[in-house]
Ligand binder design. Structure first.
Ligand code: GLY
Ligand code: MN
Ligand code: MN
Length: 434
């Protein structure tokens, strides 16, 4: 991501925070996995969105119209020994010169400096409740300032959630952000195609996970956006299956939900295909139904359309189809009203996509479904999961799990399927698996 983009975001945030107020946001922490081993570091999305700064032990402060500089970054000082053991870090100089901070201070001096910055501010914008340490210190500092009011300083009177302001910004993606999502998508599409082409009976789910991750890393994307789901046969009916350890059997479908992360932006793709390369009759019927539901839902992804229309379209198509195939019986409208489809389709149509795979942004405003706008990116991922022990359907349907998931950008005129290069028609899948 280019530096000017981060600057633009900070300026926009500064406008929303307003003069005489202050915004504070902390970096992610390094988390221990087990003795002396840490989890791979992943920066907090909100913090990265505003700073582009990819280190732990940092905190950004924004003070609109502060004469000595509006953007202050607290971070670790440069340390030769740390550089030797752990590698490059920006230090105070890097914070200003490379990352555009107006001023930088050692994070170890936070408790000495930040209280002064809070003096005489009216509102403090910060992510409330996210970091118990920060919550605690902030209260302490504010209480401390309050105790000094007789000497003429005023303590902030209002704490405001920073998330609302920031997440509204993050919900609408800039062309630069869409480029990064597209890059994550392009690599993920290659990985899904690789999985289709290397799948055969007798291999194991984890081997296909290996093919996927190999493709991600081979293309320079070392992080998955979320743990890959590689679910053969009835494992696909477990929505968050990540065990990925079963053998793949001829005659089963394989559901893969996997996406790479590119510079903090996620792809989120699901494809379902036959282990053998050829769909059986029942698989074909259910698969085509999910695909039809997906097309119906995608048709509802366009500006000036409520978010939920896509979900309703998928419910309508799936319920009608389940009646036609004999998995549900009754009147379609009544089955929808009674939510009878939920036995087979128990999740919603999708979610916002961005720096977080389930990205930020409200879905409802004043209790009404949000109206889609150009620049929003969302997934459309209907599915059918016929429980293996479902006694109300013929045995031939049981244990089939199917989801088809694409990433969609809302455009001025309609929508763009960012993931369209991943095969999903029955013909295209069977052809690529030959
Ligand atoms: N991969 C997570 C999801 O599809 O929501
Ligand atoms: Mn998803
Ligand atoms: Mn997914």
């Amino acid at each position: 991501m280019i530096a000017s983009e981060f600057k633009k975001r900070r300026e926009l945030l500064m406008e929303q925070v307003g003069k005489d107020n202050i915004a504070i946001i902390a970096s992610a922490d390094i988390r221990t996995r087990n003795r002396d081993v840490d989890y791979p570091f992943r920066q907090d999305s909100d913090f990265y969105y505003l700073t582009g700064f990819n280190e732990a032990n940092a905190l950004a402060v924004f003070i609109p119209e502060r004469e000595q500089g509006e953007y202050i970054l607290f971070c670790q000082e440069f340390d030769e020994k740390k550089a030797l053991w752990e590698g490059a870090h920006a230090g105070l100089e890097g914070a200003t010169q490379e990352f555009g901070a107006d001023d930088s201070f050692p994070i170890d001096d936070l408790a000495d400096i930040l209280p002064g910055l809070l003096e005489n501010k009216h509102k403090v914008f910060y992510p409330m409740g996210r970091d118990p340490d920060l919550d605690h210190h902030l209260m302490e500092w504010i209480t401390h300032i309050r105790a000094q009011t007789r000497s003429g300083v005023n303590a902030p009177g209002e704490l405001v959630s920073l998330e609302h302001t920031l997440h509204e910004m993050r919900l609408i993606k800039s062309p630069e952000e869409i480029k990064l999502i597209q890059k994550a998508v392009d690599v993920s599409v290659k990985a899904h195609i690789r999985a289709m082409q290397t799948c055969k009976a007798g291999r194991y789910e984890y081997q296909l996970e290996g093919e996927i991750v190999h493709e991600f890393i081979d293309n320079g994307l070392r992080a998955v956006a979320y743990p890959s789901i590689v679910a053969g046969g009835k494992n696909a009916c477990v929505l968050h299956y990540t065990e990925n350890k079963a053998r793949l059997n001829d005659g089963d479908l394989l559901l893969i939900d996997a996406g790479a992360e590119c510079d903090h932006y996620a792809a989120d793709i699901t494809r379902t295909f036959p282990v053998s390369g050829v769909f059986s009759t029942e698989q074909k019927l259910l698969y085509q139904l999910v695909l039809d539901a997906q097309y119906a839902a995608i048709a509802e992804v366009k500006p000036n359309t409520p978010w939920n229309n896509a979900h309703d379209a998928s419910v309508e198509t799936l319920t009608r189809g389940l009646v036609e195939l004999g998995l549900l019986s009754g009147e379609v409208s009544k089955l929808i009203a009674d939510e009878a489809y939920k036995v087979f389709y128990m999740h919603r149509i999708g979610h916002w996509l961005g720096m977080d795979v389930h990205d930020v942004g409200d879905y409802k405003i004043d209790d009404e479904w949000r109206i889609l706008e150009p620049g929003m990116v969302l997934t459309v991922e209907p599915g059918l999961y016929i429980p293996p022990d479902c006694s109300t359907v013929e045995e031939k349907w049981r244990g089939i799990g199917i989801r088809i998931e694409d990433d969609i950008l809302v455009t001025d005129k309609g929508s763009q399927v960012l993931t369209q290069a991943a095969p999903k028609t029955i013909g295209d899948i069977e052809a690529i698996m030959q």
